[in-house]
Write a protein that binds this ligand. Structure first.
Ligand SMILES: Nc1nc2c([nH]c(=O)n2[C@@H]2O[C@H](COP(=O)(O)OP(=O)(O)OP(=O)(O)O)[C@@H](O)[C@H]2O)c(=O)[nH]1
Length: 319
């Protein structure tokens, strides 16, 4: 049987100043009419995804893009087509979106969807949109627990909304006690806390404490065939294409990719640099990828211009 040809599609997630994103209903006459999607459409011969996006948004919404960054690439097989969807986050455009094809529009808040049904391929996209563009990795072992907890309080007050509690120097009892203390501090702020380790060693603690998920080292994910059950959010560290492929295989919700810049925590391995980061991300992955390694919040625009979802900071998060 011949392989089904892959249809490449560009779709734009218009994000406004309040952090809301635009969804549109598919017009009558198209496959999945009435389903909600992100505006966009198929690439024409010779077009790049970015060019197709610009054309489709003029045709469908009458807006001209002036700020867009590549984001998730999602493959999906429908009865009518096998598609490869190139999603872009669009933060600047000229003109007010108009329903040129008779679509209905809805501006939506991440994590609080009010429209349905959604095109089946778009589930991971909506989850990805609910992830903040900055996260922090803990540093209790580096700073000392009391000092770090005080800095955590300050970071939470300043807007930190996702934290990976990675403390390889702590024994299991001390780690569990710290995790409890961190969750108590983070909950009032709605900050997600992911514990670190393998499902066998840290999974019961995630469930027992009601943490938001598990972040796994690359070698743990590489040894898995499928997603471990029982975790709302599952993240993976990666350093190369094989480790990103492992994250994809197990259905990770996000990956950290690095290290991008030289960092004291990995003095021996050469940094990827932004070009190395962009080359790896540019292969197209169905989950958001954070840049990590010697970075701080001012690196966010650079990370996003190179295809990253955002920045993960270790030392810089606690200064
Ligand atoms: N535009 C868009 N298409 C999506 C999304 N998610 C998703 O699975 N798709 C799929 O990608 C394909 C896009 O095709 P389309 O019908 O919108 O493309 P088009 O504007 O060129 O349409 P046409 O050629 O039928 O007029 C469809 O199979 C659609 O189901 C999404 O968020 N936005």
């Amino acid at each position: 049987m011949p392989d089904t040809p892959v249809v490449h599609v560009a779709a734009g997630i218009l994000i406004d100043h309040q952090g809301r994103f635009l969804m549109a209903s598919r017009p009558p006459g198209k496959a999945y009419a009435g389903y909600w999607e992100f505006p966009g459409g198929k690439l024409e011969a010779g077009e790049t995804a970015q060019q197709a996006l610009a054309r489709e948004l003029v045709e469908e919404l009458g807006v001209a893009i002036n700020a867009a960054v590549p984001w998730i690439v999602q493959g999906f097989t429908y009865p009518h087509a096998t598609v490869r969807l190139h999603f872009f986050r669009v933060t600047g455009w000229d003109g007010e979106p108009q329903p040129h094809e008779g679509q209905a529009f809805a501006w939506q808040q991440p994590g609080q969807l009010t429209v349905s049904p959604i095109l089946p391929a778009n589930g991971p996209i909506l989850r990805g949109l609910a992830l903040p563009d900055q996260l922090a990795v803990s540093a209790a072992g580096i700073l000392g627990t009391e000092t770090w907890l005080a800095r955590l309080d300050a970071a939470l007050a300043a807007g930190l909304r996702m934290l990976i509690l990675r403390e390889p120097g702590l024994d299991p009892m001390a780690y569990a006690a710290l995790a409890q203390a961190v969750l108590t501090r983070a909950r009032p702020y709605g900050c997600r806390v992911l514990l670190h380790g393998a499902p066998e060693t840290s999974g019961a603690l995630v469930t027992g404490l009601g943490a938001h998920g598990l972040h796994m080292p690359a070698r743990v994910a590489a040894a898995m065939a499928r997603r471990p059950s029982g975790f709302d959010w599952l993240g993976v560290s990666a350093h190369d294409a094989a480790e990103l492929a492992a994250a994809q295989r197990i259905g990770a919700d996000y990956a950290l990719l690095g290290h991008v810049a030289a960092t004291a925590s990995h003095p021996d391995a050469p940094p990827l640099g932004w070009h190395g980061f962009a080359d790896l991300v540019g292969a197209g992955w169905p989950f958001p990828i954070y840049a990590i390694g010697g970075l701080c919040s001012s690196d966010l625009p650079t990370a996003q211009a190179h295809g990253g979802h955002g920045v993960a900071a270790l030392s810089a998060a606690w200064r």
